[in-house]
Write a protein that binds this ligand. Structure first.
Ligand SMILES: [Zn+2]
Length: 92
């Protein structure tokens, strides 16, 4: 039982409160035209990283998602990657 208690205490230390980087630094702006900064918030497959992982607040995640979708529409960011498309093609 003593072991379990110490394990729980350790687990608590590792949980850190994530801070929204856009709230922390007001100079950072979400723009659909700068794809370099938006790529950070997408996975390898091109999916938008959820805010529970990225640590963004709801307000900034909403703006970010919209910016990523706009960037996809003007071909600055991918909807999906070519490798995955090839895999899907082979399956059919
Ligand atoms: Zn924020």
């Amino acid at each position: 039982m003593a072991f379990n208690n110490t394990f729980n205490d350790k687990k608590r230390i590792f949980i850190k409160h994530k801070i929204c980087r856009f709230c922390a630094d007001s100079s950072l702006k979400i723009d659909y035209k700068d794809s370099k900064n938006l790529v950070v918030f997408t996975t390898e497959r091109g999916k938008i990283i959820p805010r529970r992982i990225s640590g963004n607040c709801a307000k900034h995640q909403r703006i970010l998602a919209l910016a990523i979708k706009r960037a996809r529409n003007i071909a600055l960011l991918p909807f999906t990657t070519a490798k995955i498309r090839m895999k899907e093609y082979r399956e059919f």
